[in-house]
Design a protein around this ligand. Structure first.
Ligand SMILES: [Zn+2]
Length: 319
């Protein structure tokens, strides 16, 4: 069985035909800036895949998209794709490839699912995995006991909006002191620049940290503290044993994972969370595509779609 996997990020759209063993049969990628419009980019990548794998050999479609999402309606509003606001993406893809199931999840949820299926957790299929993407924002996704968990509205895993500093800065979500206000690439860069570092972006900040620049090292240390606090919060709540971290900031490597490991070790005090293993993505840029494929390949399961809203409690019923 083969499926079409689509990964929609802030700057590009990627697609692949993937078989049930997780092998990528064909792959294509389009930069949104070069495509003219996101609709054109979507059509281009699907046509490119169909030129190599006939449509009648693709039994389903899985999509991982930057959010926000409305999974119940199949709509997306990626922050970096202003032309798509409440865009009915599932319907648009279904029109290009009719008569197949089309499933949608968040890009970070697909990264987690891809890592669980073909990556870091391959040796232990039943474990509870949290995937985190640290990039321009901080996102995440769950696989609980081997089943992707999308939540009531499809938004489970938004670890970037766990508050870790009660006196912290206002977050884009409206709250204060979220992980994202400290550990996202732009937040780290802005914090360092306010203290006299004069580089331009998170990639430059990572290079400076690797060279020992004290402000850059402190920015990564602070991000590591925020991530460690959020990860341990998740581990305490969910009896979690595996965390996989990807995204552009995580690509910095040891300047992030070194202080992160130390910060977790300093705080990890409960016996059942001590088995927690934290590491970088093992699939790199393929994690999202393979997760989208896993979403399409999984048997029809209520766990793969948002649970329907709970019926209202009858008047007077006790909770
Ligand atoms: Zn927030």
């Amino acid at each position: 069985m083969n499926v079409l996997a689509i990964d929609i990020g802030g700057t590009k759209i990627a697609a692949a035909a993937v078989n049930s063993d997780g092998r990528i049969l064909a792959r294509h990628e389009v930069l949104l800036a070069a495509a003219g419009s996101p609709d054109r980019a979507l059509t281009t990548i699907i046509e490119a895949i169909l030129a190599r794998v006939p449509a009648d050999e693709l039994q389903g479609v899985g999509i991982g998209s930057a959010g926000p999402l409305d999974v119940a309606r199949g709509a997306v509003s990626p922050i970096n794709i202003p032309a798509w606001r409440d865009h009915l993406l599932v319907d648009a893809v279904a029109a290009l490839l009719p008569d197949r199931p089309v499933r949608l999840a968040g890009d970070a949820q697909c990264m987690a699912l891809g890592e669980w299926w073909r990556g870091a957790a391959l040796d232990r299929r039943s474990e509870t995995l949290l995937g985190i993407v640290v990039s321009t924002g901080v996102g995440g996704g769950w696989v609980l006991d081997g089943v992707p968990y999308l939540g009531c509205t499809g938004n489970a895993g938004h670890i970037g909006h766990i508050a870790v500093d009660l006196d912290g800065d206002r977050c884009s979500c409206g709250s204060f002191g979220c992980v994202e206000t400290i550990a996202s690439g732009p937040s780290m860069t802005a914090w360092a620049r306010r203290r006299g570092w004069n580089g331009s972006d998170a990639r430059a900040l990572a290079l400076a940290a690797a060279e020992g620049h004290p402000i850059a090292v402190a920015a990564f240390g602070r991000a590591a503290d925020a991530l460690a606090t959020a990860i341990l919060t998740a581990a305490v709540l969910m009896d979690l044993d595996r965390v996989v971290i990807g995204g552009g900031v995580a690509a910095a490597g040891s300047v992030l994972f070194g202080p992160l490991g130390q910060a977790v070790a300093d705080r990890n005090c409960l016996p059942y969370t001590r088995r927690l293993r934290i590491g970088p993505t093992t699939l790199g840029r393929d994690a999202g595509l393979l997760g989208a494929a896993a979403l399409a390949l999984a048997p029809s399961s209520p766990a793969l779609v948002p649970h329907p809203p709970h019926p209202p409690h009858p008047q007077g019923a006790s909770l």
